[in-house]
Design a protein around this ligand. Structure first.
Ligand code: NA7
Length: 531
């Protein structure tokens, strides 16, 4: 072996919550002495390192957007955390668990090849670092690769243009003419956060979305004390609920309630704020029954009509199809359109024909001039990030080839023909609060490694048949939900050329956790342990 190859027990890719959790478990639970972690960015943070646009924040409440075993007194003072606070939280957690020192920054892992002769992974970074690792683990994030539409003339723009996840540090938008393309969480948060600073903001909307208020607010010391008094109970709710957000999900059908009851419930949760609360704390069938779904959709449409003054704009902002995909929440988004410097352009049919040196032009020839164009156009989600690395398993099989008919990992963590390769938040994992999902997946991976050690097995990987069955289950569950009927990155149909299929197990964290438990109790029948 050449002298510049470093031998390690495990190599972890990613400096977000998933990466730091894996390093912590490998080191502190398994006792690995020699773990290395590689991160493309210059600091920890993952999603929260890259997404630093104005208004970037989580919509999971602060007390459950952390690991359940992190019981230190909270440093947060608000109901939700901003991107910068989250970056600090990740650094803090990494330091506390002593994983910070294992990180190598500004290096992108570009290839990872399984070497059958040595049972090891040969891994290289773009800066020429080489490793040989027994375990190769990825925590690449689910929203990593920006999706920028291929609009003609896109490189001709003379102003400043960038994807929302690449917002220039310290950019001053004061007095600028800004175009925001995209009305998902990123586009709506940016619009609401900067409209009072800019000269003019024009929002280009391809499809109207259902957006409820987030209602961020300070959390008093008394309230924090109360939360921490019942903290075990809150975490119990997290791990025994579908979406793991720390609130009790409704067990009542929207269709069983009277119209008056429905209005009362929707109004109350609308005021409380939070997309997941509006979707799952109100009634139990908004995500699964199209009629129930319409009652929630109609309520949001009526709110838009109450908030937005111009009837023409109201009509454009009111979504037409089912209410689904990731439930959105942004404070003051609809209110923005009452401001004289905010305008909405419907591009559902009259699409953007080209980007020009000074702005953009629509299909009908209408031209606009801007200083800044923000592409808040989303991501090639979940498996998208795996295309950045040349991952090659047994017999020269490339991961992209193994996934050519659709990306899937058994329980979102393991792929047949890729021994000792583990993914956190890989395709086929649970759709729920990311932190508890990462915890469950991390623990399960550790259990698999422990089991392999106990059996004297050199490698572990998903059984191909079990993986295919899991994929079938993931897709079948998705088909029974409203999510299947709404275009989004969750269904992989937001990016041209991607095959529509669910990227997630949509039956909830509680059921996902039960599945992992059954698998462990049965001594891992869905995995191949090789000597
Ligand atoms: P999203 O939610 O995928 O939203 C992307 C937005 O960009 C959405 O409104 C898209 O319209 C729009 N879009 C995409 N392509 C185009 C083109 N070619 N032209 C015009 N508009 C386009 O991404 P976000 O970054 O906002 O949020 C991602 C996740 O981050 C979110 O789910 C949370 O988990 C946090 P469409 O609706 O597809 O018609």
């Amino acid at each position: 072996m050449s002298h510049n190859v470093k031998e390690v027990d495990a190599l972890v890719v990613g400096g977000g919550f998933g990466g730091i959790r894996l390093v912590n478990l490998l080191q502190n639970k398994l006792g690995f002495k020699n773990v290395v972690a590689v991160e493309k960015g210059s600091a920890l943070g993952g999603t929260w390192y890259w997404n630093q646009y104005p208004g970037a924040q989580t919509d999971t409440e602060s007390w459950v957007y952390r690991f359940s075993d992190d019981r230190d007194p909270p440093k947060w003072n608000t109901r939700y955390l901003q991107a910068k606070d989250l970056q600090e939280q990740i650094l803090d957690t990494a330091k506390k668990t002593d994983v910070f020192r294992d990180y190598i920054f500004d290096n992108e892992v570009v290839s990872a090849h399984y070497n059958a002769a040595s049972n090891r992974w040969d891994i290289a970074t773009d800066k020429g670092l080489h490793f040989s690792a027994t375990y190769f683990l990825t925590a690449l994030g689910i929203l990593t690769n920006p999706n920028i539409p291929k609009i003609p003339g896109i490189d001709s723009f003379k102003g400043l243009s960038f994807h929302s996840a690449r917002w220039p540090k310290d950019l001053d938008v004061t007095g600028k003419r800004v175009a925001v393309i995209g009305t998902g969480p990123s586009g709506s948060q940016i619009t609401a956060a900067i409209h009072h600073l800019v000269k003019q903001i024009t929002v280009f909307q391809q499809r109207a979305q259902y957006i409820v208020p987030i209602n961020d607010r300070p959390v008093s010391d008394e309230e924090k004390k109360e939360i921490y008094k019942t903290y075990d109970g809150i975490w119990n709710t997290v791990f025994n609920s579908l979406f793991a957000m720390g609130f009790v999900e409704s067990n009542k059908s929207a269709l069983e309630a009277t119209e008056a009851e429905r209005q009362e419930v929707y109004e109350r949760i609308w005021n409380k704020g939070g997309g997941f609360r509006f979707f799952f704390e109100t009634f139990n069938d908004i995500a699964t029954n199209i009629e129930a779904n319409e009652t929630a959709a109609a309520f949001v449409r009526s709110k838009i009509a109450q908030i937005v003054k111009d009837p023409k704009v109201t009509k454009l902002l009111q979504p037409k199809g089912p209410y689904g995909g990731r439930p959105l929440c942004t404070q003051g988004y609809y209110e923005s359109f009452n401001e004289p410097n905010v305008s909405l352009v419907d591009i559902s049919e009259n699409t953007i024909a080209k980007i020009t040196p000074t702005g953009l032009e629509l299909k009908d020839g209408q031209a606009f001039e801007f200083d800044i164009i923000v592409y808040a156009t989303g991501f090639d989600g979940v498996d998208g990030a795996y295309h950045n690395i040349d991952i090659v398993g047994r017999n020269g099989l490339k991961l992209t080839e193994a996934w050519k008919d659709g990306a899937n990992a058994l329980y979102g963590v393991s792929v047949a023909e890729f021994p000792n390769f583990y993914t956190v938040t890989g395709p086929g994992g649970p759709f729920a609060n990311m932190l508890p999902s990462i915890e469950l997946q991390g623990n399960f991976i550790i259990q698999l490694i422990e089991e392999a050690n106990k059996r004297g097995s050199k490698t572990v990987e998903a059984d191909a048949e079990a993986q295919a069955k899991w994929d079938e289950k993931v897709q079948a569950i998705s088909k029974a939900t409203v999510f299947d009927k709404v275009k989004s990155w969750i269904q992989n149909d937001n990016v041209d050329g991607k095959q529509k299929r669910s990227a997630f197990f949509l039956a909830g964290l509680q059921n996902y956790r039960a599945t992992l438990g059954e698998e462990a109790d049965a001594k891992y029948p869905s995995f191949v342990f090789a000597k």
